[in-house]
Design a protein around this ligand. Structure first.
Ligand SMILES: C[S@@+](CC[C@H](N)C(=O)[O-])C[C@H]1O[C@@H](n2cnc3c(N)ncnc32)[C@H](O)[C@@H]1O
Length: 238
């Protein structure tokens, strides 16, 4: 079993509890909450354009926390939701926790349906996959014509990586420019949304950091998006 699968199996019971609390107490928690917020707002723009009866696929859905949120916000527009992950334990938790709503959760290798989707999400996942170009090719192959693919990457240019270089446990870790080269083989980039500007020691005082973090991110997103820990890309099929 791959080391990432083992890791994510192990933390499946507390994945969203640790990362998505109602109130963030650390940089990591603020990062996950903010990324989800930005994702929802990016989907609002794409989903509203696409209308209703849409199908959505999330690759790397973990315990289903993101898809659950998408269901809650967009259930009027969406008719079919699928979540895939390589961790069987994550899929177990996701299925159990979301048994009240009609989301299909499957281990990625067991999913053989050839259905195409209007919207594909792959956030916080691609750095853990074996190859960026095969992820792009897979998303392209299951995305319907005119559909959107929203994915994110952590890039080597980030301030966090400059301050704390070294092994992050990723299988691929490139500059944003290099990721964009792979993207452009399959998709056009409609939007690039920076998330997570790491400031050392800021979260020693969480009450203050909760106010300062968004102000800092709003300022630096215009000046230098590549200094952010991740960028979310809103992509259109070529
Ligand atoms: C950091 S979590 C992100 C989860 C979720 N997308 C979110 O935004 O909170 C990464 C997830 O991707 C899964 N994963 C890693 N490699 C994968 C792959 N090749 N295919 C599908 N899922 C994968 C892991 O098991 C884990 O659940």
């Amino acid at each position: 079993m791959a080391k990432d699968t083992e890791f994510y199996n192990k933390i499946s019971g507390r994945y969203s509890e640790d990362r998505y609390p109602d109130v963030a107490n650390s940089y990591t928690q603020s990062f996950f909450n903010r990324r989800l917020e930005l994702l929802v707002s990016a989907i609002k723009q794409t989903v509203l354009v696409q209308g209703s009866g849409l199908s959505v696929l999330e690759i790397g859905c973990a315990d289903g926390v993101v898809l659950r949120k998408i269901y809650e916000v967009f259930n009027k527009n969406i008719s079919y939701l699928v979540g895939l992950d390589i961790s069987p334990k994550m899929i177990e938790v996701a299925s159990r926790e979301n048994s009240d709503v009609g989301i299909l959760f499957k281990v990625r290798n067991d999913y053989k349906d050839l259905r195409k989707f209007n919207l594909i999400l792959e956030v916080g996942v691609i750095n853990y996959t074996e190859s960026v170009s095969s992820e792009m090719a897979y998303a392209h192959s299951v995305l319907d014509d005119g559909g959107y693919y929203i994915c994110s990457f952590a890039g080597t240019d980030s301030l966090l990586n400059r301050i704390k270089p070294g092994d992050k446990g990723y299988n691929n870790f490139l500059s944003y420019e290099e990721y964009e080269e792979s993207i452009k083989e399959f998709f056009t980039i409609e939007k690039k949304i920076p998330v997570g500007f790491f400031v050392p020691l800021l979260w020693r005082l969480p009450a203050l950091a909760r106010f300062k973090q968004p102000i800092i991110e709003n300022l630096f997103k215009y000046i230098s998006p590549n200094l952010f820990h991740e960028n979310i890309y809103v992509l259109r099929k070529k």
